[in-house]
Design a protein around this ligand. Structure first.
Ligand code: U2F
Length: 460
């Protein structure tokens, strides 16, 4: 007999760039296990879905639904901009199709990446049609600081000005108009406040972030991959403005189920000395420019710091031949791989530091494994993340001048891996790790918030 129709239908709307869709799926898997009678239609681009759902599982109540990316009618050649411009139309249409595929069971809850602010409008429209129970849950995959910076866009732009209009010369001022930002300077937030670097809120990305900030107060839940005690002042401020639910760190609550180590990073780490290895990864979106890449290579060439470098194949061409040969021949020197089981790598006793672009997932993974960081932020929330790492949490360092030079990289590596300051960072990161563990234990704030979210989904 055909399976009974689902009791409830939840649409999950993913943002397919950077590491956004994977943590969303981790959360949804937990929700789907808690509500086996509910269908979760996971709406996402075909490319991103095929990377996430490697094998089809007919028993699962999470159904991958690929967007028709031709919809929306934009001719823009940049896939990122095209996605943003057409998302409102393509997600709406795909939801209608998903309802048909679910035997006509109406969607009663939309869980979306917070960037997809129009999901709040879709739910409003449903409510206007009398579907009162319909709810919108927004999921923010970064920290509370960057959501707060975006939320306070108007306050910040009014107070400090924007590029070419008042901001020049004020970059080093400390921010005094946003709770919890007393250690943060204007220059740290420029990349994550829409329209501060561009005079007007014009680009597709800025408009999306700005509309998101304006929409979040009406969401029935705003999930953040963090824990309340990490940034209590910001958390409390946001709680007074929106229904904030800190449910993190995701890597502790939803640890990886299957770990594949295709390039044998873990056996290589087994052969290294305790806390001696520096792990290097710049995430999935951006890489430092070639001259900085080379400066980092020069810093490693001295052989003082064994390294495990997760490097996209397209960047390998930037490496000097001698360096590549030495990696191949001298096992103790270092290892370069296309992909590492990062969470496991950071949990390995041989790893002593992490050179990172400050993507939020990487930061949390480092934190829950007690590993201090060396920061080379590039875009979006990464600069403000670095400032928190260095000056608020005290768990890492930046680079002199903010970029890799040979001497600057060597200094940063020494500070983290072999100085008293490094030991202090390690102590500080252990304290945060403890707070994270507290919040993810039974009765901890993240678990309580997760249970509240499950109830919210089930009451839709
Ligand atoms: C965007 O971040 P990224 O995708 O560039 O970087 P992360 O948030 O640090 O996430 C990278 C993930 O990929 C994993 C790693 C992280 O979970 O464990 N990974 C791995 O398993 N193996 C590898 O060899 C390399 C990486 C954006 F650019 C950031 O600014 C945001 O903070 C972030 C979250 O919104 O999304």
């Amino acid at each position: 007999p055909p399976p009974p129709p689902p009791r409830r239908h939840v649409a999950v709307c993913a943002f397919p760039f950077g590491t956004h869709a994977a943590p969303l799926l981790h959360l949804v898997k937990h929700l789907a296990t808690a509500s086996p009678d509910t269908r979760f239609s996971f709406l996402n681009t075909a490319t991103s879905n095929s990377a996430l759902f490697t094998k089809s599982d007919p028993s699962s109540n999470i159904i991958p639904c690929n967007l028709n990316e031709e919809e929306g009618g934009s001719r823009n050649g940049n896939p990122f901009v095209r996605f943003i411009e057409t998302a409102g139309v393509s997600f709406r249409r795909r939801m209608e199709v998903a309802e048909e595929e679910a035997g006509g069971v109406k969607i009663s809850c939309v869980i979306s990446d917070a960037f997809l602010w129009f999901c709040g409008e879709i739910v409003d429209e449903e409510k206007e049609k009398g579907n009162n129970l319909c709810s919108w849950i927004a999921v923010w995959t970064s920290n509370v600081a960057s959501i707060s910076a975006a939320f306070h866009t108007d306050v910040l732009r009014t107070k400090y000005g924007v590029v070419k209009q008042g901001i020049e010369g004020r970059e080093d001022e400390v921010i005094d108009c946003v709770p919890g930002f007393s250690n943060i300077r204007v220059k740290d937030i420029l990349d994550c406040v829409p329209g501060m670097l561009s005079e007007t809120i014009n680009s597709a990305f800025d408009q999306m972030t700005y509309k998101m900030a304006l929409s979040l107060p009406k969401a029935d839940g705003v999930v953040v991959n963090s824990f309340e005690k990490l940034s209590p002042t910001i958390t409390n401020d946001l709680k007074s403005k929106m229904k904030l639910l800190c449910i993190g760190p995701f890597p502790s609550i939803f640890p990886p189920q299957i770990v594949t180590d295709k390039y044998e990073c873990l056996p290589w780490l087994d052969k290294q000395k305790e806390k001696s290895v520096v792990y290097i990864s710049f995430g999935t979106v951006a890489t430092p420019p070639p001259h900085e890449f080379l400066a980092l290579v020069e810093a490693l060439e001295g052989g003082e710091f064994p390294f495990l470098w997760s490097m996209n194949d397209s960047n390998k061409g930037l490496l000097p031949l001698g360096f590549v040969d030495r990696v191949r021949e001298d096992e103790a020197f270092g290892k370069i791989v296309e992909w590492a089981p990062q969470m496991k790598v950071l949990g390995h006793p041989s790893v002593g530091g992490f050179v990172t672009h400050c993507g939020w997932n990487s930061i949390l993974e480092s934190m829950v494994n007690g590993v201090p960081l060396i920061c080379r932020p590039m875009l979006g929330d990464q600069k403000v993340n670095q400032r928190f790492i260095e000056s608020v949490f005290g768990v890492g360092v930046g680079l002199e001048g903010g970029v890799f030079t040979k001497s600057g990289a060597i200094k940063a590596l020494h500070r983290v891996l072999s100085s008293d300051q490094g030991k202090e960072m390690r102590r500080n990161v252990q304290v945060l790790r403890g707070l994270a563990e507290e919040s993810t234990k039974q009765g901890g704030s993240s678990i309580e918030n997760l249970n509240a979210l499950i109830k919210l989904v089930q009451s839709a």
